[in-house]
Design a protein around this ligand. Structure first.
Ligand SMILES: O=P(O)(O)OC[C@H]1O[C@H](OP(=O)(O)OP(=O)(O)O)[C@H](O)[C@@H]1O
Ligand SMILES: O=c1cc[nH]c(=O)[nH]1
Ligand SMILES: [Mg+2]
Length: 212
């Protein structure tokens, strides 16, 4: 597994405001959206392209276009929905699938309550969106579902990741040879006893959707 913490002053600036408890939901949503677009630029560095020729007003020009089958973007509901627009702005022709997952805040186990994915993901590059990678249970379950359907390349975009979750994913997929990448705006210090990322930003879903 490959992990990339994007080191860019604009990412750090936006993330700092996102963490701030005084940041209201509309601002939080806007910042999450802007951050995803910056992360997506790095996360799609290996997106598959095929050679293409177009006709300029003057001559034919060689270039590239996204290869087939087109990439699949998968937000993990609820909080991952706050990252969808920012991602599809950069990858407008990608297909979008959905996973609904909830972490039991007592056991910290993830449960899947909704799944709407293409049946056959053979040869597809998949981009999973979830702002928080805490214990890693949710993301591991999502990645497993994608591999079961034939995906051969999975990149997760997260706003924050905990070292414990990254380690868990490394171990969970140590026997998988397909590429797995995590692109995040920051790797935080640790998880607290309730499984929250520290210093973190609190409950991403609640902050995105105005629950707090
Ligand atoms: O790495 P983990 O320990 O599994 O935790 C991370 C998950 O927890 C949050 O979702 P939550 O279950 O709160 O659902 P929500 O998106 O509906 O708020 C977050 O958006 C991740 O999906
Ligand atoms: O810190 C955390 C951990 C899990 N889910 C969140 O929304 N925040
Ligand atoms: Mg939540």
């Amino acid at each position: 597994m490959q992990t990339l913490a994007v080191d860019h002053p604009l990412v750090a600036h936006k993330l700092t405001t996102l963490r701030d408890v005084r940041t209201d939901s509309p601002t939080f949503r806007r910042l999450a959206d802007e951050l995803v677009t910056l992360l997506a630029y790095e996360a799609t560095r290996d997106v598959r392209v095929a050679e293409a020729t177009v006709q300029t007003p003057l001559v034919p020009a060689q270039g590239v276009q996204l290869a087939s089958p087109k990439p699949l973007v998968v937000p993990i509901l609820r909080a991952g929905l706050g990252m969808l627009d920012g991602m599809t702005r950069l990858l407008p022709t990608a297909e979008v699938g959905f996973l609904g997952m909830i972490r039991d805040e007592g056991t910290l186990q993830a449960e899947t309550y909704a799944s709407r994915l293409p049946d056959d993901l053979s040869g597809r590059q998949c981009y999973v969106l979830d702002p928080m990678l805490a214990t890693g249970g949710t993301l591991a379950a999502a990645i497993r579902l994608l591999f079961e359907r034939g995906a051969d390349d999975v990149t997760a975009l997260c706003l924050l990741a905990a070292p414990e979750g990254l380690k868990y994913l490394e171990q969970a997929f140590s026997d998988i040879s397909a590429p797995i990448k995590v692109v995040t705006a920051a790797i935080d210090s640790h998880l607290n006893e309730q499984g929250f990322i520290m210093p973190g930003l609190g409950d991403a879903g609640d902050r995105l959707y105005g629950v707090v």
